[in-house]
Design a protein around this ligand. Sequence first.
Ligand SMILES: CC(=O)SCCNC(=O)CCNC(=O)[C@H](O)C(C)(C)COP(=O)(O)OP(=O)(O)OC[C@H]1O[C@@H](n2cnc3c(N)ncnc32)[C@H](O)[C@@H]1OP(=O)(O)O
Ligand SMILES: O=CC(=O)O
Ligand SMILES: [Mg+2]
Length: 711
Amino acid sequence: MSQPGESEMGERDERIERAGLSVDRTLVAFLEEEALPGTGIAAAPFWDGAAALLARFAPENRALLATRDRLQAKLDAWHAAHANQAAGGEAYADFLREIGYRVPEPAPFAIDPGAVDAELGRIAGPQLVVPVLNARFLLNAANARWGSLYDALYGSDAIPGAPDGPGYDPARGAAVIAWAKAFLDTAAPLAGGQRWAALRGAPEFADPAQRVGRAGETLLLRHHGLHIELVFDRDSPIGRADPAGLADVRLESALSTIVDLEDSVAAVDAADKVAAYRNWLGLMRGTLTATFSKDGRPMRRALAPDRAYLAPDGTSFTLPGRALLLVRNVGHLMTTPAVRLPDGGEAPEGLLDAIVTSLIALHDLRGAGPLRNSRAGAVYIVKPKMHGPEEAAFSNRLFDAVEDLLGLARHSIKIGVMDEERRTSVNLAACIHAVRHRIVFINTGFLDRNGDEIHSAMRAGPVCAKGAMKRASWLAAYEDRNVQIGLACGLAGRAQIGKGMWAAPDRMADMLAEKEAHPASGASTAWVPSPTAATLHATHYHRVDVAARQAARAQEPITPLAPLLTLPLAPAAGYAPAEIEAELENNAQGLLGYVVRWIDQGVGCSKVPDIHDIGLMEDRATLRISSQHIANWLLHGVVTAPAVEAALRRMAARVDAQNAGDPLYRPMGPAVETSLAFQAARALIFEGADQPNGYTEPLLHAFRRRAKARV
Ligand SMILES: CC(=O)SCCNC(=O)CCNC(=O)[C@H](O)C(C)(C)COP(=O)(O)OP(=O)(O)OC[C@H]1O[C@@H](n2cnc3c(N)ncnc32)[C@H](O)[C@@H]1OP(=O)(O)O
Ligand SMILES: O=CC(=O)O
Ligand SMILES: [Mg+2]
């Protein structure tokens, strides 16, 4: 973030004036030559409107950030005066009310978001997230609406103990087929209690209404609102060997996909922002393609078409071939040098994202391209990291203004609210109320939420180890209250109640064992990191009847605030030196492994091995946790500065070794004093306690800009 008037070297030549704004040339060219044409909006009124919107909302945006700082300062002071108290009691709750951190509950209400696509409003199923800057992944994610269950099982560790010989292993294949047929016994039972494994001829279903169509020899079934394709093909190697001729089971998998401009990308300047916007434009126009080489073979990937079937009465129909796409904008914190305001200061990045991603979605709404995203005529924006109802109301008014700028009907821009900051969890009903006419989801972004929990409690004392945090009372209360409050606000059947990311992309057996808890909790969706995970997680929505779970949970009283407000402090006896060392090293390794690719290569989401060599998805939210955790232990003397420095150096060598095969990798170990990545990691820890709400973006952006300037 830079201050008004603080223009970067050489930046002036690269800029063009538009309606009093100083705009990077790349962005001007993109908007005027690529994004605006075809929308019916001319450049001049667009810039006039954008400038007016920025003038109106930028000061308010700044004021909201000042409120965050003011409230955090009050928390810090309270905690300093009540050191090592886990809080949660009446006095603490009253204090939060007095300082305006807690606001009155709204009277009972039900959300009313208008026309919403069924994937968000009515059908329960997985939600995939994908970084916007990677077109190859992006296309894969859009096409992840359908996935082969056989491939997902065969290509992952999903079946514990399945043999895995070189080439195609028939024993492994048999284990996959057995697993899938046992799954079909639940999702598509056969008449007379026959088992799928025993089927020899054509299937007869216990409920014939499940069979809703066919395409050639492929049968289309529906169960819990989700479709299943049974591919019968006796000409294929698998079908030929199968007594029933079943060659594959394809599941409707990622019902929706979030295209992420936020925590999984490194976008620090106009060039990065334009690359991100251009990919979103390619999706909204249906024209995005990617060419790459895989296993030595050239490949071209494009968006999948819709799928055609014949209904039992002979009429033809189609089903979506692609996930319903949402776009995650950045939050209210950062500013961008892509646009400078008349006072010379950078424009709030969230405002620019709202304008540009909505403008781009007009291409879909106008229906000019070959494919359609929203059949309901909506634009879906996920808004992360909002703190409390005032910020939600700000987003609501911002979206009103964007609708006016683009000539969109009121509330056609929908919002997904990430419940991932403590002040939002505490005031969740009021937050939902603030956006009740456009809300399409709430989601427990538990990773950021952990980071905010640590930062909120920064001065209260040392927090518990990360493993213990998973069992902390605040976390259970947060997850429970999110579902309970969502149901009380009428989200069932109208909007998603979502659960967070499965952050171990290679541990699919564990995911299969654990993530059924998400639909079982009444959540209608949960995040997955990959298409394979989407297909496997889809099986959970066949096993669990989410509507029934929601109806049951709607009867529960809402969990009180006290456990939510109980701080996750370390046990009074503290931890043994070996535990402290292991915790520090694990945090330092994940942090460095992520930061080095962010700073040196601009990669915003990575799979980084933890100390047990398990590859974990790391993004800015997990970085927020690890950096805040070390910063907290440093502040309270659990670890010393020299110990942190030594751990960082040891882990730098380990991370260097892990990346030895990457030709683009720049090792940190040999030159920690000149490695910008190492310095960024250091700053994230040693300046961590003072970062706004513990966010990592300000430091990451500053160091990445320096790294880009250096090459
Ligand atoms: C707290 C939060 O905010 S969570 C939300 C942000 N996080 C995310 O969005 C995570 C998304 N996931 C990812 O980015 C990746 O899966 C990572 C970084 C975790 C792992 O990436 P990699 O190590 O490259 O994955 P891996 O080698 O196992 O698999 C790559 C293959 O899977 C595909 N793939 C992996 N993740 C995704 C995805 N999210 N969407 C689409 N395709 C994906 C790739 O396209 C590739 O297939 P291809 O060769 O046919 O193109
Ligand atoms: O955005 C998701 C999170 O867990 O944070
Ligand atoms: Mg988050």
